[in-house]
Design a protein around this ligand. Structure first.
Ligand SMILES: [Zn+2]
Length: 173
């Protein structure tokens, strides 16, 4: 997901409502309305990359220290991070009210800034770990000295005091 897209999603509309998508790739967390598009996705670069990476993601999750939760299914952690999926059901703060739950029907909400990592349900926690893991790998690709900054930082986070919204937003830079 591009930073601009992410920013837009965090700040503005979170699409709810029933989707008309007919084909779904669980691993890549994406939807298609035409079989043709689904078929080309299944042989495409993004999908094949996710298939190849699946085992590695699962292994990393097992070794993720305080992040790890035994109740999380393989599918929950190996599928690609999707912001829509992630925020669905989380507490939001909208212009008109607080304490609303994000997801279906809520289209002017944003994630509650006070939501802490430590209070996420296990599945959401795993999704957020996945998001951070992928960020860390992206950093590691460059020659920058920050190659291992992300994993190291993540290992030192204190989940009770770590704001979910801030973590998501830190991926934008
Ligand atoms: Zn796929």
């Amino acid at each position: 997901m591009r930073p601009r897209q992410l920013r837009a999603l965090l700040a503005l509309a979170l699409p709810g409502a029933a989707s008309a998508w007919r084909y779904h790739c669980k691993l890549c967390a994406c939807d298609f309305d035409k079989l043709k598009n689904y078929d080309s996705h299944m042989v495409g670069k993004r999908h094949l990359h996710n298939v190849a990476a699946e085992q590695g993601v699962w292994d990393d999750w097992q070794a993720s220290g305080w992040w790890f939760r035994g109740s999380v299914s393989r599918e929950e952690v190996t599928r690609e991070f999707s912001l829509d999926q992630f925020v669905d059901g989380l507490p939001g703060r909208s212009r008109s009210s607080t304490g609303r739950v994000l997801g279906s029907g809520v289209n002017d909400g944003q994630l509650d800034p006070g939501l802490m990592l430590g209070s996420l349900p296990d599945g959401k926690r795993a999704a957020l770990w996945r998001y951070c893991r992928d960020l860390g790998r992206r950093c590691g690709r460059g020659p920058a000295p920050a190659a291992h900054a992300w994993p190291a930082m993540l290992a030192e986070l204190e989940p009770r005091y770590c704001r979910v919204k801030e973590l998501l937003e830190s991926g934008e830079t």
